[in-house]
Write a protein that binds this ligand. Sequence first.
Ligand code: GSH
Length: 206
Amino acid sequence: MKLFYTPLRDVVHKVQVVALETGTWDRMERIPTDPYTRAPAHVAANPLSRVPTLVTDEGQSIFGGPAIYEYLDALNSGPKLYPPPGPDRWDALRHMTLGDAIFDIAALRQNELKRPRALQSDAMMENWLATIGRALDALDREATSFRGFTVGLISIACGLMYLDKLKNQGSLPLDWRQARPQLAAWYEEFTKRPSFRPRDNAIAMR
Ligand SMILES: N[C@@H](CCC(=O)N[C@@H](CS)C(=O)NCC(=O)O)C(=O)O
């Protein structure tokens, strides 16, 4: 398989955690990719030029994180990251939506910050921060009932890790741990697994 993805400093992407946990990491040729350069090989596999993008051994392109993770989990002979249909699965999918939204909204905000100051929308920035805040508050209320190791919980942990990266580099005025002790305690334990250790060298993004 080929994986186009963007190893970054101070943050581990879900695709790494999922690949390690499903035992598929070493079966991938990993191609570090800045999606904004529109590299021809990446665009040929994914016209959206978004990472991650997976190309299977049969040459099939799979993109959109949740589709890639479900494919890798189908190859997984160990404990499944997607529970079978039933309440645990619906929780895992809901958690994935929340974790991915935290990541995606924070990434949107980062892109807005790259625009000239006069063109940036303060209202949009505030709205994005408020949405992330509501998601974090809901997760804090629920965190003591988080169980197991699902694709949804991986998504939440990776979303939180991205918030840390942005805060530490000074581009996000948000300390998500503040007043969210349950979520913080869960995160400390959950991210101790070896799959959360950075593996490939970070690439420089434009
Ligand atoms: N939640 C999405 C995230 C994918 C995504 O938005 N990737 C961004 C980088 S963080 C990207 O490739 N952007 C390139 C572009 O939009 O042109 C997924 O799981 O597929």
